[in-house]
Design a protein around this ligand. Structure first.
Ligand SMILES: *[C@@H]1O[C@H](CO)[C@@H](O)[C@H](O)[C@H]1NC(C)=O
Ligand SMILES: *[C@@H]1O[C@H](CO)[C@@H](O)[C@H](O)[C@H]1NC(C)=O
Length: 513
């Protein structure tokens, strides 16, 4: 047998200290940092060096791994389920940036054990080949024992490890216990739920609360929205999908326009910088901004940067709740003096990324398969634990502020979000040189998280032959991808898991040399 990744470490049986996690308040509070607050909003232009236009905002969390604990920074991603660390900086696309962050030295952890399983995870942008280990994972005050996570040995286009918090992407199941699962099963939280408060780019420190809700961070009630069944969604992948039921716009003069009632599945992805919405909605949003011109080269609507200073908002409707996003938060200055509307077309996997999530306070409840959303605000801290029966129905935010009114059926009008049409204004001739830029943050930001896994459960360990052996059965063939926008793969097309596991073995061998 090939010596596995952790050959220098004595394999441990289940650590004796498992399952004696201290029971605390029933919730775990941890700060979330916005890393590199770009794409730059207009109002930050003065203080921001324009060195890396392609960067997106990434929301990150510091976690501790191993014994003694090593602090590692990971991207917080609600669009994928796995935790893994140690990106390959050389092939990350941003080697210097990547190298700023500590890597987990697994050889010094006394509690680590190898599982003998490997996997390849593919994201919207980038992929990673990992070997699964188990070790202590500490997040805030919570110490999780025997958490399975991945240690990378070859990754592309991802500059930082990822903490995934989505359900198992494959609806058929067969996955292993993820971080949220273990927090609940080890008694650290009462149910598999967490809330996320990302904050604006101007006040970048948000928080994640596992098993709790901070009523000091929103206005009004929390609207409960069922997480859509994967079969109701365009990609068939199980993510935090909810139905967008309408779109409105409040114009700078205070007047508003609304769409007719719709029911468009959209998922919430904290690992995604951009929002991608079905083409008719994308066009309706683009055309709202005064003077916006569609740029066929980049796919964005280009808008005069001064529009970001106008007091308009986009109003996204979810049943009786409206989440307003200020124009300033939806307009990005991608290049000196060149601004775009921060949404692209996305018909395969419509997604709300950070530009939306900064305006919303969202509770993600996996046990009850529901999201609970409210307009975000900040008026102090009052954390309430989520009990075993889920999010209290009568919880109201402590913050005062004006919520956008719920649109009444048939009222307003003026926004057509159902028909694809020719853009009102299109840039002809030279576009403003946007085509040379990469968009979206690194890693899963580009298209919203893990698209496919090689195996539904853990694949078998790589074997030691030079061709990777038989690679085992490769699990159940993964979730079959869920809509690769680039190559047009569609839901249900299975990734060749056996081949990938074999590849992993080859790479493990190379890595060990
Ligand atoms: C991972 O990404 C690299 C770079 O884009 C690509 O060459 C490679 O084929 C990908 N691997 C898998 C297994 O998708
Ligand atoms: C959670 O789900 C259970 C079972 O479906 C239900 O009884 C309960 O009311 C739900 N709680 C919330 C807060 O949605």
């Amino acid at each position: 047998m090939l010596p596995l990744l952790l050959s220098s470490v004595t394999l441990l049986s289940a650590p004796a200290l498992a399952a004696v996690a201290a029971r605390g308040e029933g919730f775990i509070h941890a700060p979330v940092k916005a890393t590199r607050g770009t794409p730059k909003l207009l109002r930050r232009q003065a203080e921001e060096a324009t060195t890396n236009h392609k960067a997106g905002t990434m929301y990150t969390l510091d976690i501790d791994l191993g014994t003694p604990p090593q602090t590692i920074t990971v991207i917080l991603d609600t669009g994928s389920p796995d935790l893994w660390v140690n990106p390959t900086c050389e092939t990350s696309g941003e080697p210097e940036y990547c190298a700023q962050f500590a890597q987990f030295d697994y050889t010094t952890s006394s509690t680590i054990a190898d599982t003998g399983y490997a996997d390849i995870l593919s994201y919207g942008k980038g992929n990673v080949t990992i070997e699964y280990v188990t070790d202590m994972v500490t997040i805030g005050s919570a110490q999780i024992t025997d958490q399975i996570f991945g240690v990378n040995f070859e990754s592309y286009d991802i500059p930082m490890g990822i903490l995934g918090l989505s359900p198992a992407v494959n609806p058929a199941g067969g996955d292993y216990p993820f971080v949220l699962d273990n927090m609940a099963s080890q008694g650290l939280i009462n149910s598999r739920a967490f809330s996320l408060d990302l904050r604006g780019v101007d006040s970048p420190d948000g928080a994640i609360i596992f098993g709790g809700i901070d009523t000091g961070k929103f206005i009004g009630n929390l609207e409960a929205l069922p997480i859509l069944d994967p079969s109701q969604t365009p990609s068939g992948a199980d993510r935090y999908w909810v139905a967008l039921t309408g779109l409105g716009v409040t114009l700078p003069d205070g007047t508003s326009q609304t769409s007719e009632e719709i029911a468009v599945p959209v998922f919430l992805d904290s690992g995604g910088t951009l929002s991608r919405l079905p083409t008719p909605i994308f066009q309706a949003i683009g055309d709202v901004f005064p003077g916006a011109q569609f740029d066929p080269d980049s796919g964005f609507y280009v808008v005069d940067c001064s529009v970001a200073n106008q007091p308009g908002s986009l109003d996204f409707v979810f049943n009786s709740k409206v989440i307003s996003v200020a124009w300033a938060d939806f307009i990005w200055e991608l290049q000196e003096g060149v601004c775009v509307v921060g949404v692209l077309p996305g018909d395969d996997e419509p997604v709300f990324g950070d530009s939306f999530l900064r305006a919303a306070y969202v509770v993600y409840d996996q046990d009850n398969r529901s999201l609970h959303i409210a307009q975000a605000a900040n008026c102090g801290t009052n954390v309430v634990a989520i009990g075993a029966s889920g999010v209290p129905a009568d919880l109201v935010g402590d913050c005062t502020g004006v919520e956008a009114p719920t649109p009444t059926a048939g009222a307003g009008g003026g926004l057509d979000v159902t028909q694809t049409r020719a853009p009102t204004n299109t840039i002809t001739g030279a576009s403003p040189a946007l085509t040379t830029l990469g968009f979206g943050g690194p890693g899963p930001a580009a298209t919203g998280g893990r698209k496919s896994t090689t195996v539904g459960g853990l694949g078998p360990a790589p074997t030691g032959t030079s061709n990777g052996g038989n690679g085992g059965n490769g699990g159940n063939g993964g979730n079959g991808g869920n809509g690769d926008k680039k190559n047009g793969a569609v839901a249900g097309v299975s990734v060749g898991s056996g081949a990938m596991v074999a590849l992993a073995a080859v790479n493990v061998a190379a890595w060990l040399l």
